[in-house]
Design a binder for this molecule. Structure first.
Ligand code: HEM
Length: 221
């Protein structure tokens, strides 16, 4: 009963936050015409070092962030399966382009090598799970597809959890984003993966057949 209302409300909050962060990231399109709207000076230096890789990441990743939540809505998937497929292909393509860009940018991360390592690990895992999820769909292994896509989006959503943690970083005394990014490069996505893992384990215990169904109707994230 609680779950009936919890899942849609949780999804609505997720969509709102993801849309907000994705829209705010649109300011990076200004960089293409030399307009630096509210861009952190250290991120500007990162872009100056590896402009193609960094912009490949910053301009394309918001597409994955925007599309992801709609893929998890069971009603939409059942009613418009064709739209689910096309939107899924665009999501995967966006993750691959943005993930490759993120990986190539990570050695230049404004927070230094420790932050770079965190972002680098994230990029490799993001690429791996997303491509694995796509392969599982093509091979009609829908239970595996569903599970891997949950993990993929948990990492995509790291863009939101990272930005939510920034005020906390300032409250803890970090003077800039780059200073706190040594932590953010890890804390932005590891908790998301833990939540998805715990949720999936709980679901498997509650409904052992849920992960084995071919159609695998998803009732929640
Ligand atoms: C999930 C894998 C991701 C990886 C590995 C990754 C990696 C990176 C790296 C290395 C930087 C440079 C940060 C720095 O120098 O401190 C960066 C910045 C950025 N990323 Fe990502 N990122 C990911 C997801 C996303 C997503 C989903 C978005 C969607 C909005 C996004 C949007 C941005 C933007 C806009 C910046 C510029 C900095 C800012 O405005 O906060 N990233 N990312």
């Amino acid at each position: 009963m609680v779950g009936k209302y919890f899942a849609p409300s949780f999804r609505a909050i997720m969509i709102l936050l993801a849309t907000g962060v994705a829209l705010y990231s649109l300011r990076y399109y200004g960089v293409l015409v030399d307009r630096w709207l509210d861009v952190d000076p250290k991120i500007r230096t990162v872009i100056a070092h590896v402009p193609i890789q960094a912009l490949m990441h910053m301009l394309i990743a918001p597409i994955a962030l925007l599309l992801g939540p709609f893929q998890f809505i069971p009603g939409l998937r059942a009613k418009y399966p064709q739209a689910h497929r096309w939107s899924g292909r665009v999501y995967v393509a966006a993750c691959v382009v943005a993930g490759a860009g993120g990986l190539a940018t990570s050695p230049y991360a404004s927070g230094g090598p420790v932050a770079g390592l965190g972002f680098g690990i994230l990029a490799v895992l993001w690429l791996g799970t997303t491509l694995g999820a796509w392969r599982a769909a093509v091979q009609r292994q829908f239970a595996l597809h569903r599970l891997l896509m949950r993990f993929s989006y948990a990492m995509t959503f790291g863009a939101v959890t990272l930005r939510l943690q920034i005020p906390l970083g300032f409250a803890l005394g970090y003077p800039t984003y780059s200073a706190m990014s040594v932590w953010l490069a890890y804390t932005s996505w590891i908790p998301n993966l833990i939540v998805v893992a715990l949720y999936s384990i709980a679901e498997a215990l509650r409904r052992p057949m849920a992960l084995a169904t071919v159609d695998g109707e998803m009732t929640a994230l």
